[in-house]
Design a protein around this ligand. Structure first.
Ligand code: KG4
Ligand code: ZN
Length: 336
């Protein structure tokens, strides 16, 4: 069963064909990062227009690479939230038109659910599929959620960020340090050159599975003033050591709290999902500190893509959960 996935929720225009929810036949992503980098962040109207320009060529490439035409598909899955309204509209409108023209089922997919289902995609060197019950840490630009899953499509949110999302903190701190955009990959690269990472505070929020990163961001801000990073009297080594100290603090909190919650909820596995799960320090530390198996998609499947939307769409289709023509975009859509 081949499903076409379409993803345009933020600044990546993506289309993919996935077979039986697990096997990628094609996975095409056009990133707008360079376009938005000159503004230091995503400009929503620029993002929508860029999706409009890219979406058909990306769709054509995904179908060609998969060696299927529209008639060979079982359904069309598309992200309908959360995300930027104008960006979501481009993908949803295309998906509806294709589904109508080809008489195919339409499946609206929650972007966060898509991130989780990247873990069902078969990849080289991966040992098996996820097993329930499991605990998934979703860490993206807009979300930091701990989700307990007892079965397909069954989510119980046990923790979330009370302020900034982890990815948002990476992006804001990179800007504070004058390292540019997008923050996650830049901080990760910078941190590799650290000599003595600064020790920064951690918000443990004891007794709760929630997270908080705004205090850490403020601590970095104060350090940039104390060290003279804002007026450029600091050395680049200081900036690197501060970036590394920040990354260490985020990873320490994410891993410690996830491992502890997984033990308490007595799950079989820990899953990682979302753009920040591309971070090697987070991936390695989670594996080292967890006594349970840890499943993490390859980095390319952690950041935004359409294969994860198609994979999720397959399990939704199997459960008979398709969408009607009244499906709208939902910028603030929640998982639960
Ligand atoms: O899942 P994603 O691609 O888009 C959203 O759904 O938000 O996540 C994007 C976020 C950005 O904040 C970006 O800085 C962060 O993921 N990110 C990283 C890395 N790659 C992307 N954060 C830390 N380390 C990385 N290697
Ligand atoms: Zn995402």
């Amino acid at each position: 069963m081949r499903i076409l996935g379409i993803e345009t929720s933020c600044d990546e225009t993506a289309a993919a064909v996935v077979e039986n929810g697990t096997r990628i036949l094609s996975n095409i992503v056009a990133s707008q990062v360079e376009i938005h980098a000159r503004y230091g962040g995503i400009v929503p109207e620029v993002a929508s227009r860029q999706h409009l320009l890219s979406v058909i060529p990306i769709l054509q490439r995904a179908l060609t690479e998969a060696g299927v035409d529209l008639k060979g598909l079982a359904a069309i899955a598309v992200t309908n939230g959360p995300g930027l309204a104008g960006s979501l509209l481009v993908g949803v409108n295309l998906a509806k038109s294709l589904a109508l023209a080809c008489d195919l089922p339409l499946i609206g997919v929650n972007h966060l659910e898509g991130h989780i289902y990247a873990n069902w995609i078969e990849e080289e060197g991966k040992n098996g599929l996820p097993e329930f019950p499991l605990l998934c840490l979703i860490v993206s630009g807009g979300h930091t959620d701990l989700v307990l899953m007892e079965g397909h499509g069954q989510y119980c949110q046990v923790g979330r960020t009370r302020d900034d999302a982890a990815g948002e903190a990476f992006d804001k701190v990179a800007r504070l340090l004058g390292l540019g955009y997008p923050g996650g990959t830049i901080i990760e690269r910078a941190a590799k050159g650290a000599q003595r990472p600064y020790r920064l505070p951690r918000a443990w929020l004891k007794g709760s599975d929630d997270f908080s990163f705004s205090g850490l961001k403020t601590a970095v801000f104060q350090m940039t003033r104390d060290l003279g990073i804002a007026d450029e009297s600091a050395t680049s080594q200081m900036v690197i050591d501060l970036a590394a100290g920040f990354q260490e603090a985020v990873v320490d909190v994410l891993v410690t709290k996830t491992v502890e919650a997984a033990r308490r909820y007595n799950v079989k596995q820990i899953l990682l999902a979302g753009g920040v799960a591309a971070n090697d320090e987070l991936r390695q530390t989670m594996i080292q500190r967890s006594s349970l198996p840890v499943l993490i998609p390859s980095s390319i499947l952690c950041t935004d893509n359409a294969a994860m939307i198609a994979a999720c769409g397959y399990f939704r289709l199997k459960a008979g959960k398709t969408s009607g023509w009244d499906m709208d975009v939902k910028p603030g859509l929640r998982l639960v």
